[in-house]
Design a binder for this molecule. Structure first.
Ligand code: VGL
Ligand code: ZN
Length: 202
């Protein structure tokens, strides 16, 4: 068992990011048994859940004439337009059935504001609106984070980079993550994480 200062953060292991889902990540479901096993080592376990309203501004369907995976400009910067995914209350937004939910201390929902996407578990994509996770972890005296989940090059990487910037000691278990890899995004984000002092293991 790890010390009380360590938390396992499980990013977006939801049906829409698994094979058959609306924004399926290749082998997204393959990481589920390993994550469930790893939970047993941690006194603190946090799950995040991508949780969008149907009219969310990150959905290509809400921008007539655009295609999924194209890039647009939002007031806060560039934004990929995604297939409609993780709509609040839908089966696609539910956690993968194999994930052990009983071990979750906190389920943090993100991306619920129509006008701002939120890849990171700490800051929305405007990089200023906070989700509250930093306060929760600080209040519990947690300083070391191990990240797992989907997708490596979007929500996991953005969460890891914000966590490092906030002063946490961060490890990403690459073997317990899977990537979307949009136009080289996996290599780009891997380099950014390494540069930020984040340990990439597995
Ligand atoms: C994610 C794209 C859009 C993720 C969420 O969980 O990595 N990616 N929404
Ligand atoms: Zn999303």
């Amino acid at each position: 068992m790890r010390p009380a200062t360590d938390a396992l953060i499980v990013i977006d292991v939801q049906n829409d990011f698994c094979p058959g889902g609306a924004l399926a990540v290749a082998e997204g479901d393959a990481i589920v048994p390993g994550i469930t096993a790893l939970m047993a080592e941690f006194a603190a376990v946090v799950l995040t859940q991508d949780w969008h309203p149907a009219n969310h501004s990150s959905f290509a369907a809400n921008h007539p004439g655009t295609a999924p995976f194209s890039l647009t400009k939002m007031p806060y910067g560039p934004q990929v337009l995604w297939p409609t995914h993780c709509v609040q209350g839908s089966e696609g937004a539910a956690f993968h059935a194999g994930l052990d939910m009983t071990r979750a201390d906190l389920i943090l929902r993100k991306g619920f504001r129509r006008a701002i996407d939120s890849y990171s578990a700490f800051f929305e994509n405007d990089q200023t609106t906070q989700t509250g996770l930093d306060g929760y972890l600080r209040d519990r005296g947690i300083s070391r984070l191990v990240l797992t989940g989907l997708a490596t090059d979007f929500c996991v990487a953005f969460s890891a980079l914000d966590a490092a910037r906030l002063g946490y000691d961060v490890t990403v278990r690459m073997d317990l993550c899977r990537a979307i890899d949009l136009e080289g995004s996996l290599a780009t984000m891997q380099a950014r994480m390494t540069d930020a002092g984040i340990r990439l293991e597995g």
